[in-house]
Design a protein around this ligand. Sequence first.
Ligand SMILES: [Cu+2]
Length: 324
Amino acid sequence: MSTQDQDGSFLALLTPANNSGVVGLARLTLSGDSLTVDVAASGLTPNQAHPSHVHGFTTGDGERPATIADDQNHDGLVSTPEALPVIGTDLLDLNLSGQVLSGVLVTGNDPQADAQGNLHFSQTYTLDPGNPDQAALLDRLEHRLLELHGLTPNGGAYDPTLPAAQGMTVPLAGADALQGLAQESDQQFLATASTLLSRMAPYMLNPEGTGPLAPEPSDATHPNTDTFAALLLPANGSGALGGVVVRFDDTAGSITVDLQASGLTPDQVHGMHIHGFSNDQSSLLPNLTVNSDGDHFIEDQEGEKTEGPVILALTQDGSITMQR
Ligand SMILES: [Cu+2]
């Protein structure tokens, strides 16, 4: 395949690895041998360097995000060595200098999170078709894996190598709803991504599972809204992803839930609930910070500190219960 065939933009939704709570959006734009990478992410360990890479296989394909199934030593974390067999080698290091490096996990010149745990990164690299790693990227940019590293496991020190977020690249071409993102400048893309992320993860958790919550966006209060949407992100390294739309009908006194998810354990029943607090306290997504027993998993009791108890179980037959 000639490099011309790959020209275009690719998007990656970065989802939490290792219960990090990190979410992000990345765009990769290839023009000839020039690759520009834009990354916006939030929920990272503040004021720390976060080594970041484009991972993939140099021969064949089949890269996938690492899941808890790849946790070979059963410590509840998927380390970088455990992830590499499925995400592939580090084909391109995303460093601040624009230097093109492959196979180097920590360069000392890595993207940095700010005091709020947000990271904005934009850099252009000139790839060398004579280098096998870079040639592989020039041949195929689709279904590569963008990964951000750097996590503070509970009770531990900051570890710059632990995976914190990962996402597969998908082409923006052909996705009408996303075409606008391909046209945006680097700065516009980062601004758009930051706006989206501020709606999804506008807070840092403390071990008690409370905020502080960021202030609500000024346009967040819509008294007449009856339709709500949520993006379902992997918990406990499950790899499960989904989307849900919830509609309230005041007159009928009914609630309608449309949910689609993938990556769940096949042929198994999966309990689903709406959680919340009975006072006005907002629910927050739990992450590793509230893992009080130190096993790196967020069990129901730990999660409920931030989510609140079950308000409604989503039953198959529409019956109303708060039972799990
Ligand atoms: Cu990496």
